[in-house]
Design a protein around this ligand. Structure first.
Ligand SMILES: Cc1cc2nc3c(=O)[nH]c(=O)nc-3n(C[C@H](O)[C@H](O)[C@H](O)COP(=O)(O)O)c2cc1C
Length: 192
């Protein structure tokens, strides 16, 4: 069975990015994939402290909930990330998880080891929500961060859904086209 990891990046439960991600998860499940949800707000993930401990074995020396996240990343076919836009970037919770992937950077670029067995490449998709109605470069920071993250975890950036004008919690329920797009993205994730 193919595997997909779904990363909930918002600290706001049942918020706009959570709702869209849940639709993408339903789509991925409808395609036959086994989906693992990672709800960052429920985990203890310390920020990277740049100790260099991962340079030796490609493994992070901080023993917190990130260890279970690593085990999912090394055995997945797809990654879907959802985040609100906070000050033009991703949420702090998601950024902490991404920075801890420096251990994969060390594995790849210092130890020359692949992220997954057989150097398997996963497919990656981004869902981001923001309050502003539009605006130049509203999603640029988040997209660049996620592209860099996907690159380091041997994952191809296959697409995104970038939604503006979503301020209040649950507002996205009125946007049926976005909910359908998220479902379809989850369903197609492993075929791109
Ligand atoms: C700390 C913080 C920073 C934010 N920064 C931005 C921003 O830079 N641009 C923007 O359009 N919306 C910003 N927002 C609004 C959220 O991106 C928006 O409400 C989003 O839909 C929330 O997603 P969620 O419901 O999944 O948490 C910010 C909200 C918070 C709490």
């Amino acid at each position: 069975m193919k595997k997909v990891v779904a990363i909930f990046g918002s600290p706001r439960a049942d918020g706009n990015s959570d709702i869209l991600l849940n639709h993408a998860i339903q789509g991925a499940a409808a395609s036959g994939a086994e989906v693992q949800k990672i709800v960052i707000r429920n985990l203890q993930i310390a920020p990277c402290n740049s100790c260099g401990g991962c340079f030796e074995k490609g493994e992070c020396v901080i023993h917190d909930d990130m260890q279970q996240v690593y085990s999912h990343f090394v055995d997945t076919d797809g990654i879907i990330v959802a985040s609100p836009i906070y000050f033009m970037g991703v949420s702090a919770q998601l950024k902490a998880l991404i920075d801890r992937c420096q251990a994969f950077w060390a594995r790849k670029y210092i130890l020359h080891l692949p992220v997954r067995k057989g150097a398997r490449i996963a497919n990656g998709f981004l869902i981001a929500t923001a309050a502003r109605s539009a605006g130049e470069e509203l999603f640029t920071g988040a997209v660049k961060t996620i592209k860099a993250f996907f690159h380091v975890v041997d994952t191809k950036y296959v697409g995104d859904i970038l939604c503006c004008g979503l301020e209040e919690k649950g507002m996205v329920y009125t946007k049926h086209d976005l909910l359908q797009k998220a479902f379809d993205a989850g369903k197609q994730l492993l075929t791109w």
